[in-house]
Design a protein around this ligand. Structure first.
Ligand SMILES: [Zn+2]
Length: 435
């Protein structure tokens, strides 16, 4: 399934907070809203996304690029003037396959989109709306459904004189491609006013998928709700994607003495300052992830079992000093195999990012060779070169963010640099009136 994120709105309700910052780029703690949204889509099998851009669109494009550092393909549909929600989808119509999702950019949610897609399919629905029960949904679309989930009425932004609980649309839709035939052939149109009421009139299959009680949903479009979203994130009420940061460590030449193929546990020797450096990173809230090319397996120099033994020795020695690595990834392939995991390719990093819920923008890659620096740059992480190994293939024109004489020096620089960045994010939020 492909998806579209609607990001062209001017965000007037969040003014003055979004004057300089498009809504999809607002921070939720350390995570940027769009980082969460893209990763949530990716979790549900969406790897190709189109975004429409209008207001401050260039900021979005320069932040996200082609999506490769999120492991996704991203493209953009630029609107010279605002086309509305349906008009924007119509302009991007060439991008969609048979079934596609549309997500409003100011939505923060963590529900099971895969389950919604199955529901959509089982109902043979043309349109399925994610819906949730809310109190006085005055700036949402309110729906009534029957027992089968079929939508009987849709009213955009109704007014209530007393407190009511109603089902309302979350701004997340799954469509069949035929929906494009129901979007008016003119510049500006909205689903809520111009398409959904028409579908009901024509008696076209149109369903609501109810979020579960444990699911989180909020539209961050007003200052009060944005504030609530930030509180909910801080309190852990959202299954926020990309919420953790890591230091990715190369092994040979960075953690361990480089012996040109470490074949037995006896060959393995930690470098000085390494346990202290890793403990410092553990205590500073970083996940510590070892990423290592081990082509010695493909070459027949040692086996997977021996490598596991070597790593058990490494972990035992670290734990004697109160240090731990959170995960180890290795590539067993030969350089000529053309695999996607061997550094400088980023396959092992991407796997760690997905499995450990890491945010590469908040992470660091440390190594002694050019391939480590290359991989870090491709991920959008900061990079540190340590001069404790043979520094294979170094290219001074592709410089790391920092060069350190030991892993401990690297670790100290990383924690300091990270604190500076975190402070800057808070300052930005403050000057834009967000906090
Ligand atoms: Zn590999």
């Amino acid at each position: 399934m492909r998806a579209m994120i609607l990001a062209a709105g001017e965000g007037r309700r969040l003014w003055p907070f979004t004057l300089g910052t498009p809504k999809v780029l607002v921070p939720l703690g350390e995570v940027i809203l769009i980082e969460h949204t893209l990763s949530w889509l990716k979790d549900h099998g969406v790897s190709e996304v189109i975004m429409n851009l209008y207001h401050a669109g260039e900021k979005i494009r320069s932040f996200l690029g082609d999506g490769s550092r999120f492991g996704m393909k991203l493209c953009y549909s630029v609107e010279e003037k605002l086309l509305g929600t349906a008009g924007g989808v119509r302009q991007a119509g060439h991008f969609f396959n048979d079934t596609f999702a549309v997500v409003y950019g100011d939505t923060l949610t963590d529900f099971d989109l895969t389950a919604m897609a199955h529901y959509h399919e089982s109902k043979r629905s043309l349109v399925t709306l994610a819906i949730v029960e809310v109190t006085n949904p005055e700036d949402m679309g309110v729906v009534e459904i029957n027992e089968e989930g079929r939508i009987l009425s849709f009213v955009e932004k109704p007014r209530y004189h007393q407190k009511v609980r109603k089902l309302a649309s979350c701004g997340i839709y799954i469509f069949q491609r035929e929906i494009l035939n129901h979007i008016p052939d003119r510049d500006h149109s909205d689903f809520a006013y111009d398409v959904f009421p028409q579908l009901l009139k024509l008696n076209i299959p149109f369903y609501g998928y109810r979020l579960k009680p444990e699911d989180y949903f909020i539209d961050i479009g007003t200052p009060a709700r944005y504030q609530r979203a930030r509180e909910d994130v801080a309190a852990g009420r959202v299954r926020l994607r990309r919420a953790r940061r890591a230091v990715f460590l190369d092994r040979d030449g960075t953690i361990a003495r480089d012996v040109h193929y470490c074949r037995t546990p006896e060959d393995f020797e930690l470098l000085p300052t390494v346990p202290e450096a890793i403990r410092h990173l553990n205590e500073s809230g970083f996940q510590v992830v070892v990423i290592t090319n081990q082509s010695g397996i493909a070459r027949g120099y040692f086996t997977e079992e021996t490598l596991a033994e070597i790593h058990r020795k490494m972990e035992a020695e670290l734990s004697q000093h109160g240090a731990r690595v959170d995960a180890i990834y290795h590539c067993p392939h030969h350089p000529n195999d053309g695999c996607q995991c061997r550094k400088p390719k980023t396959g092992m990093f991407q796997q760690a990012i997905d499995e450990l819920n890491l945010n590469p923008r908040l992470s660091y890659v440390v190594g002694d060779a050019q391939m480590d620096i290359e991989a870090g740059k491709a991920l959008g992480a900061k990079t540190v070169l340590v001069t404790t190994g043979p520094q294979r293939g170094m290219d001074i024109t592709r410089a790391p963010s920092y060069t350190a004489g030991s892993l401990l020096e690297a670790a100290r620089w990383i924690t300091q640099d990270y604190e500076t960045q975190a402070r800057q994010l808070i300052d930005t939020a403050r000057t834009e009136g967000i906090s």
